[in-house]
Design a protein around this ligand. Structure first.
Ligand code: BES
Ligand code: MN
Ligand code: ZN
Length: 482
């Protein structure tokens, strides 16, 4: 799908060969002397298109307009939710006609938030997963143009939104692939492919290198599976070497059966999504390569399967992490924190200015926050403010959770330095407290995306979150550097 930005010209819009022309109409609408706005005025006056936000009117082959469908979409006061609703409804109304060329037209200069929500919503609505279907039809949309009054702010918002869409779609693709088509080796290949892009490098470590580094926690999770583990190191170098990187760590469990502490059968298939943190790191690198901001970013992905076999780690086993801390594995299903803790320790060698991990970490976080906001933990006020703000600007929001030391009491054990689980209460926070022990002294944040990375039920599929949030955070840090 290609995106273009076009300065608004109502006359040429009416003469363009399009499958669909979507005109966003808000409460301030006034008719002018051209065919297009006259058509909107006619529909409004006839009472067929009133001011109710989310209302659409699909007009087939309208007089004087070349596009096959003219879709009027009402956004009322024009808030983010209004635009989302209107674009979703507009696309739903023409989806069956399999449009290839679509123009989305704003009569007034849209805000950065509006540009972002319009493009990401359209991408989301038209997305189709095809990789493991034998006769799949890909999304019909080929060309999407945004036609509106253009200035440098709109252009910047457009470029950022397009990059976000590219990153989100890469994250969705890898999230959605079943575990036998997305093994740790496949994920590493996807990372290597990103290293073809400008300023991106990739290094992949296998079982031998990981053993040599002493990543005993990561190894313990991987040891029950036949698929070999991979530890992926991605680098985006957009600033001078002296500028300390932001290090992102993504949980890359390509399938989480729970291990010996096996999960119930119902919905276990959804544990193919347990690498969505890793997928979001891949997506962010794709977007960075496209935007080329002046910043250094390292992406770390510990990737393996969590399975059962005669070699699996057992409840009660004590393993030694790369940090030297010993861990009692009381529950093999709390594997995410085990692979992440060694990646957090490894991150220290980059002398990060900030460290951020992203993980489908706990069912408890799904209970706490549902699918709307990701769980967010942070040790630094400035970093916290920047990430919360990025969640809002990217419409990929998160919500702050506590890190009081008292929450960590339950992780004490007589048999190791720390246990990997305690009771059920405050499960998302407990997991974060476990990780904090390995996070180092620089600002650290943890995003629990267990509720937001994919949708269940009939709309089952990866969401591409939190690529948008991470991208906006990194760009805000790059802008601060200027
Ligand atoms: N990948 C799961 C977390 C998860 C579960 C995400 C359900 C989304 C939906 C993670 O590895 C896990 O199994 N966590 C356990 C931790 C528990 C054993 C302390 C959980 O949440 O049940
Ligand atoms: Mn698990
Ligand atoms: Zn897991």
């Amino acid at each position: 799908m290609n995106f273009h930005l076009k300065p608004l010209n109502l006359r040429t819009l009416a003469t363009e060969k399009l499958d669909v022309l979507v005109v966003i109409v808000d409460a301030t609408f006034k008719s002018a002397q051209d065919t297009l706005t006259r058509c909107v005025a006619k529909a409004t006056q006839a009472g067929d298109f009133q001011g109710k936000s989310g209302q659409i009117l699909d007009i087939y082959r309208p007089d004087g307009i070349v596009a096959s469908h003219l879709v009027l979409a009402q956004v009322g006061a024009g808030g983010v939710a209004d635009v989302k609703k209107a674009v979703t409804a507009a696309f739903a109304s023409i989806k069956a006609s399999k449009p290839q060329r679509l123009t989305l037209c704003f009569l007034q200069k849209p805000s950065a938030l509006t540009v972002r929500v319009a493009l990401t919503t359209l991408a989301d609505a038209s997305y189709v997963y095809t990789t493991t279907k034998s006769k799949a039809e890909d999304r019909s949309l080929r060309d999407v143009a945004l036609a509106c009054p253009v200035d440098k702010d709109v252009r910047a918002a457009f470029d950022r939104a397009v990059a976000a869409v590219m990153g989100i779609e890469l994250a969705k693709e890898w999230g959605n692939r079943p575990a036998n088509h997305a093994t740790p080796t496949h994920i590493a290949q996807a990372a290597r492919a990103l290293a073809k892009l400008p300023h991106v490098k990739c290094q992949v470590l296998g079982p031998k290198e990981v053993a040599k580094l002493g990543m005993g926690a990561f190894q313990a999770v991987a040891q029950g599976a036949d698929q070999p583990l991979r530890f992926i190191v991605l680098r985006y170098e957009g600033a001078p070497k002296a500028s300390g990187p932001i290090v992102l760590v993504g949980k890359g469990i390509t399938f989480d059966s729970g291990g010996i502490s096996i999960k119930p059968a119902a919905e276990m298939d959804e544990m193919k999504f347990d690498m969505c943190g890793a997928a979001s790191v891949l997506g962010v690198f794709k977007a960075l390569a496209q935007l080329q901001p002046e910043i250094n970013v390292v992406g770390l992905i510990p990737s393996c399967e969590n399975l059962l076999s005669g070699r699996s780690v057992k409840p009660g086993d004590v393993v030694t992490s790369m940090s030297g801390q010993t861990i009692e594995v009381l529950n093999t299903d709390a594997e995410g924190r085990l692979v992440l803790c060694d990646a957090l320790t490894y991150a220290q060698r980059f002398k990060p200015r900030a460290l951020l991990d992203v993980a489908t970490l706990t069912g408890a976080c799904v209970i706490a926050l549902g699918g709307v906001r990701s769980g967010f933990f942070c040790t630094d006020e400035a970093m916290s403010a920047a990430l919360l703000q990025a969640g809002e600007s990217a419409q990929d929001p998160c919500w702050p959770m506590p890190l009081d030391d008292d929450y960590a009491e339950g992780l004490k054990t007589s048999f190791a330095d720390v246990a990997n689980v305690a009771g059920r209460a405050g499960g998302a926070i407990l997991a974060a407290k476990f990780l904090q022990r390995f996070a180092g002294k620089q600002p650290w944040a943890h995003l629990d995306i267990a509720g937001t990375a994919w949708k269940s039920g009939t709309a089952k599929g990866a969401t591409g979150r939190p690529v948008g949030l991470l991208l906006d955070y990194l760009l805000s840090v790059a802008a601060y550097n200027e």
